[in-house]
Design a protein around this ligand. Structure first.
Ligand code: MG
Length: 377
């Protein structure tokens, strides 16, 4: 039987991972979340053999967990990293934020399989993570990257002419810049196909999320940015495609359910049955269109950051996170988000992303620059 560590266990990816693990009959040996709250406590009861980590518990939560779970429980980032190193495990990293980067590196350096759902790992620390991946095994969980990974099984990378990431286009597909200048928070949070957290929903509306995925794909598959493209596909049924040098395309299709890529990352190279609503191809209409790069400038900013390399992708990510928070608080307009990112990238110092400290430092610098920009806007 296979053993599983779930980092970010109480988040959306974590919950769906546990659902998949239960159906597969896998043993859960580690559960980590940010808080020592009720949800994590219930999980710890449900999986009595699992070690439990709360990365940043409030004192009452910490005391409660220590009394209730004794030596099964520990807190803090070192404990999170230790859990990621539990050898012989598949580690699902669904941590939100840059704490996920170190956990990814720890899991890979311990020789584990890393099922990666933490965005920051490849965006902020792409070079570091891919270096560590030589010691372990990295399987992506993001739906687009899982799709690309599945299309590339049995293929040779030099025979790939292009990766084609699909984008739903978000709630503002087809709008003009003038229309986008007026959109409010509620409208931006209303995503047509995927149901997600607030930052990623706004990132889908600006296409920042697709930009982050372009950077992730570049590192994950080791292909230049000229070979990573984006196409709008409003139905979100084709999860991504690969074009080969002979003109062939391979695409990955299916219902939009994250349990598919999660399970694939666990069972690869095998597949296991998964009960899903019926997928009726005959009632499906697939359409594709170009991204309107004038209306969604964040996508080209991501390419710029990606091509600049070093800590620029980290700066892109940090600037966006601060800008999205400011938009949600009503401090800046929707189009202020790409404006802040652009400003931060323009003034970002060029530094090599040679260590976790270097990228975390760049993240901090970019956050401060973004906050200063927002005050001026
Ligand atoms: Mg995605």
């Amino acid at each position: 039987m296979s053993s599983l560590v779930v980092l970010g266990a109480t988040g959306s990816i974590g919950l769906q991972t546990l659902d998949v693990a239960d159906r597969l009959g896998w043993e859960v040996v580690g559960l980590a979340a940010r808080r020592a709250g009720d949800q994590l406590a219930q999980m710890a009861d449900r999986y009595p053999d699992a070690q439990v980590v709360a990365v940043d518990p409030v004192p009452e939560g910490h005391d409660f967990f220590r009394r209730k779970f004794g030596r099964r429980y520990s807190r803090g980032k070192p404990s999170l990293l230790e859990m990621a190193r539990l050898t012989g495990s598949v580690v699902v990293n669904g941590v939100v934020g840059s704490a996920g980067l170190e956990a990814s590196i720890a899991a890979l350096e311990a020789g584990n399989r890393l099922a990666l759902a933490n965005k920051e790992s490849l965006v902020v620390g792409g070079e570091l993570v891919m270096e560590a991946a030589r010691q372990g095994e990295l399987i992506p969980v993001d739906s687009e990257h899982s799709a690309l990974y599945q299309c590339l099984v049995g293929e040779q990378l030099p025979e790939v002419s292009r990766l084609v990431l699909t984008a739903s286009g978000g709630p503002f597909r087809g709008r003009s810049r003038a229309e986008l200048a007026r959109v409010g928070v509620a409208e931006a949070l209303d995503h047509p196909t995927w149901n997600m957290g607030p930052r990623i929903t706004i990132d889908s509306a600006t296409l920042v999320n697709k930009g982050l995925e372009v950077i992730e794909a570049h590192y994950l598959f080791g292909l230049g940015f000229e070979k990573v493209s984006v196409i709008v596909h409003p139905q979100s049924i084709v999860h991504s495609m690969v074009e080969f040098v002979d003109g062939s395309f391979k695409a990955h299709l299916g219902v939009t359910d994250m349990r598919i890529p999660i399970q694939y990352a666990l069972t690869y190279p095998e597949r296991a049955p998964l009960e899903l609503p019926e997928f009726d191809l005959a009632r499906t209409n697939l359409t594709f269109e170009e991204v309107d790069r004038e209306v969604f400038p964040a996508l080209d900013l991501a390419y710029e950051a990606g091509r600049a390399g070093g800590t620029f992708p980290a700066a892109f990510n940090a600037a966006d996170e601060v800008a999205v928070a400011a938009f949600l608080e009503g401090k800046i307009a929707f189009l202020g988000i790409p404006a802040v990112i652009s400003e931060v990238l323009e003034n970002h110092p060029s530094i090599k992303a040679s260590s976790v400290e270097a990228v975390i430092g760049a993240d901090r610098t970019a956050r401060r620059a973004a906050e200063a920009t927002i005050r001026r806007l």
